[in-house]
Ligand binder design. Sequence first.
Ligand SMILES: Cc1ncc(COP(=O)(O)O)c(C=O)c1O
Length: 442
Amino acid sequence: MSIIKLLNKKLDRTIFTTPSHNQKAYFSKNLQEFYKNDMSEYVGYDNLSCPKSAILMAQGKIGDILGAKQSFFVTQGATTAMLAAMKAIINPGDRILAARNCHKCVFNGLILTAGIVDWFMPETNEQWGIYTEINTEKLDKTLAMNNYKAFILTSPTYEGVNSDIEKISQICKKHNTYLIVDEAHGALYGFNSKLPKNAISQGADISINSLHKTAGGLNQTAILNVGYNIKNMDIELFQQSLNLFHTTSPSYPLLSNIEACITYLFSYKADKDISNLISEIEKFKKELKRFGIEFFEAPNHDVTKILLKKQGISGGELSESLFDEFQIEDELNNNTASLFLTGIGTTKNKLDKLKSALKKIKTNESFEPELNEFQPHPLVKLQPVDTFNRDYMYINKNKSLFKISNRLLMPYPPGIGILYPGEAIQEWHLKYLSEDVDVICS
Ligand SMILES: Cc1ncc(COP(=O)(O)O)c(C=O)c1O
C-alpha cells in the first residue's frame, strides 16, 4: 500500500502517542490536510529508521523508478542526505576530493567525518560568471596522485551545467574512488527526453536529489540513492548513517510527498508537463532574443534553469529593477547575468510576466559590465575537522593576509563557500571581509 493510501485510511483508534494534535489543525486551519496526515510510528504505520512495510515498499518502488539499488527518503533536505552519504563512506583520515563549487553541506560533512579534503576547481565561464563542468582529464590526473576514497561534485550546478557523469564514474572506478553526485537541482532528470539521464543511471555510486527545488515537492523532501555499482558496501550502513542524522520523528506528510512526487514524475502526465514547460521556455527565449536578451546555452545545459543577460544592464541591476518595478524575484545574479529557476509548478503566465518585464527594463547603451571573478585555489591550512570550536581572535583585515580564517565567507544562494574556516586569507578575499576579521589562534 502506498504511504498516501495508508494515510488516507480512516484511523480507527484513539491515539495516546505523539503527535498530540490528533491530526487536527487547532491553530492553523488551512493546514488541515497536513495535520490529517501527520501520523507517527503507530502500529502498522512503519518506521523510517528501520522500514518494513509501507515505507520500505515506497522506497523500493521509487528506487526502481530512479534506477537505484536502494533509495532512502529524507525529510530534512539534501543537506541531511549528503551528511549521511558522506558518513557512510568516509572514515576519519580518508582523503576526499571535492569540487569547490559544492554546497556548504559538503564542508559540514567533512567536519563530521574527519575526512581530509583536497579541493578540485571546476572549469569557469567568465562572461556568464559561472562554474561549468568538471574537466575529466584533469580529474583523471588528480585522482592518480592520491588514494582518494571519494570524489564529490555538484551536477547539475545551480545554473544547470551538467558534468559528464558517465565518464567521471568510469574514471572514479578506475581509481577505486567512490563517486557522490549532489544532484539536488536535477530531480527531473530521467523523466523527460529533453533532460539528461540521472546520475545514478550513469554509474554514480551515490546521488542526492532535492525534490522541492525543481520537482514540485515540499521543502525538505529529498532522496539519497545508492547505485548498483557500489561494491563492498553494506546498504545497511546507509540506513545506520541516516539514523545518525535523521530525526526520530520524521514527517509523514513529507514522506508521502516524496512518494507522490516521484510517482507523478514517472507518469505520462509529468512527461507531458515537462515537455510543455520546456517548449514554453523555448518560445520565451526565442521572443526575448529579439529584444537584446542573451541566454546561456550549451549542449550540457539544463534548459529549465534560465540564465540570461540583457545588454546595457548588469545582472545585479536587472534583478533590482525586476524586484522594485515588477515584483519579480530572481534566484541569484552576478555582474553580467541573472538566474531564473523553473520546474514543476512554473506556469506560462509566470513566464509571460517575466517576459513582459524583461522587455520593459530600462538599459544604458554605454554600460560596460565588470568582469566576473572567481575565487583563487584555496590554501587549506587546517582540515575542516580541526576548525570546529577553535579559539579565535579578531584582527584588522590589513593584518589578516595569509592568516587562518575562522570565518565562513559565502554568498547564499548558491551556498558555495569562497573562504572556509581553516583556509588562509588571500589577497582576493580582502575585499569581501569586514574591517575586523576572526582568525584561528594557532
Ligand atoms: C547543490 C545543493 N546541494 C545541496 C543543497 C542543500 O539542500 P537543502 O536545502 O534541501 O538541504 C543545496 C541548497 O541550496 C544545493 O544548492
